[in-house]
Design a protein around this ligand. Structure first.
Ligand code: FE2
Length: 430
């Protein structure tokens, strides 16, 4: 066996140790003690090796635009949308591509190798972003999978041209049908938009991923219509509701009816904890609602739930680093998922669970799967969430795309070790 790359003694997410042999972009063996010749052999002993991180919810047309043309003073979703409306006419395709590529560089360095990005399709100005992201999808394809969602940010019916432009974007090759029913003029229009957009997806054989009920209004129940349409149109397993923050405030009896219907229709959920905890509850005094959807309850019903990042340095969010472990860390806290099994599942919610939503069937650390992975300076998935550690090695489609050496801290304390192991385990070195 002549290998391209051989990784020795990695710790897999399930705690077992294995060597990983890679050839022609595929994992050809994953077992203990592989001793074949390889173009490069790397000892990763003691380090967690995971399939790459995946972000199921992002806005790449807006990323890294923070401060253009001004900063969101109120911090609300609505001011963010208004601010984006001011920026849109100023966009150029070159600037969109330049920002998106810079973000993808950050993503690769963090072991984030697949992203589902919404792209605004509300008006002609937004088409600049559509063209830009379609170009970026091709440019990054050798190392990063970008799925693009047609997203009529200003309302599929509410914005005069959004319906036409959304359909045009799908014709141009955008992958997935999005929507924003809670932003339409009426509940009724929101419901109609869900129906028409799901029908569009069914006709074209596309997946659906809607911003759905991103509000604190307990009566915002568009997830019900989305679930109904998934069932009616045979879209089971191909529909996701993003945010679903109104569910936080819904009546408990109503939710007890809703969740089994979501499970039956195989509708997935994508909460975005960094953004939900920042944006929701802004109209509350105290007690102030968290606004995160009911993650643990959905998991109990067997609904697939994956953490999304949503925003990095854009009109809605002033921070972010493309690190899906930051997202899992925040989600774990806000959803109070602190048991060992829940913390462990939070790691899956930025890796394997997300792969299910994205429809990837060649994902995972198994023989015959695509050779994409990340090596972390941590011993296991829970430690990875605790530390958000260095990504020591990132491999995409069989090729090394990022390397980093461990960062330790040199101490200057009398009578103490000179180096602190930045893993923050009890073991110190030096
Ligand atoms: Fe979003």
């Amino acid at each position: 066996m002549n290998l391209d790359l051989l990784l020795k003694s990695g710790v897999l997410p399930d705690g077992s140790k294995a060597d990983i042999a890679i050839s022609d972009g595929v994992i050809v063996a994953i077992e203990t003690d592989i001793n074949s010749e390889a173009g490069e052999t790397i000892d990763i002993s003691g380090n967690l090796v995971s399939p790459p991180f995946i972000d199921p919810h992002f806005h790449m047309d807006a990323t890294l635009s923070y401060g253009q043309p001004r900063i969101n003073k109120s911090g609300t979703l609505l001011e963010g949308i208004a601010l984006w409306g001011e920026l849109k006419p100023l966009l150029t395709e070159e600037a969109v591509i330049e920002r998106a590529l810079a973000y993808c560089d950050w993503a690769v360095s963090m072991g984030l190798l697949a992203i589902r990005s919404h792209v605004d399709t509300s008006d002609e100005h937004a088409l600049t972003g559509v063209r830009g992201l379609l170009a970026v999808r091709d440019l990054v394809k050798p190392y990063l999978d970008l799925q693009i969602v047609a997203f009529p940010q200003d309302g599929f019916y509410r914005a005069p041209k959004a319906r036409e432009i959304t359909i045009a974007a799908l014709d141009m090759g955008v992958d997935i049908v999005g929507g924003i029913p809670h932003f339409e003029r009426t509940m009724q229009d929101g419901r109609r938009s869900v129906t028409e957009l799901c029908e569009l997806a069914a006709e074209r054989g596309l997946m659906v991923d809607m911003h759905c009920d991103e509000t604190d209004d307990p009566m915002s129940r568009h997830i019900e219509q989305l679930t109904y349409e998934a069932q009616r149109l045979g879209l089971q397993g191909r529909v996701a509701g993003s945010h679903l923050t109104s569910m936080h405030s819904m009546d408990n009896y109503y939710v007890s009816k809703l969740l089994p219907l979501m499970a039956e229709a195989e509708v997935a959920a994508i909460p975005n904890p960094l953004i939900n905890i920042t944006i929701q509850g802004r109209h509350d005094t105290y007690p102030k609602r968290r606004g995160l959807t009911r993650v643990r309850e959905m998991l109990e019903y067997g609904i697939t739930v994956a953490w999304g990042q949503d925003c990095v340095l854009d009109p809605w969010y002033p921070l972010g680093t493309a690190d899906m472990l930051d997202v899992a860390f925040m989600g774990l806290h806000v959803a109070q998922m602190t048991s060992r099994s829940e913390m462990r599942h939070c790691f899956d919610m930025v890796t394997t669970e997300t792969a299910k939503i994205m429809g990837f069937d060649d994902y995972g650390l198994e023989k015959g799967k695509r050779a994409s992975l990340v090596v972390l300076d941590a011993g296991d998935p829970i430690e990875a969430i605790r530390l958000r550690p260095d990504r020591l090695l990132v491999v995409s489609k069989g090729k090394i795309v990022a390397r980093r050496s461990r960062t330790d801290t040199t101490l200057e304390l009398p009578g103490r070790p000179s180096v602190v192991n930045r893993r923050f385990t009890r073991k110190t070195t030096g």
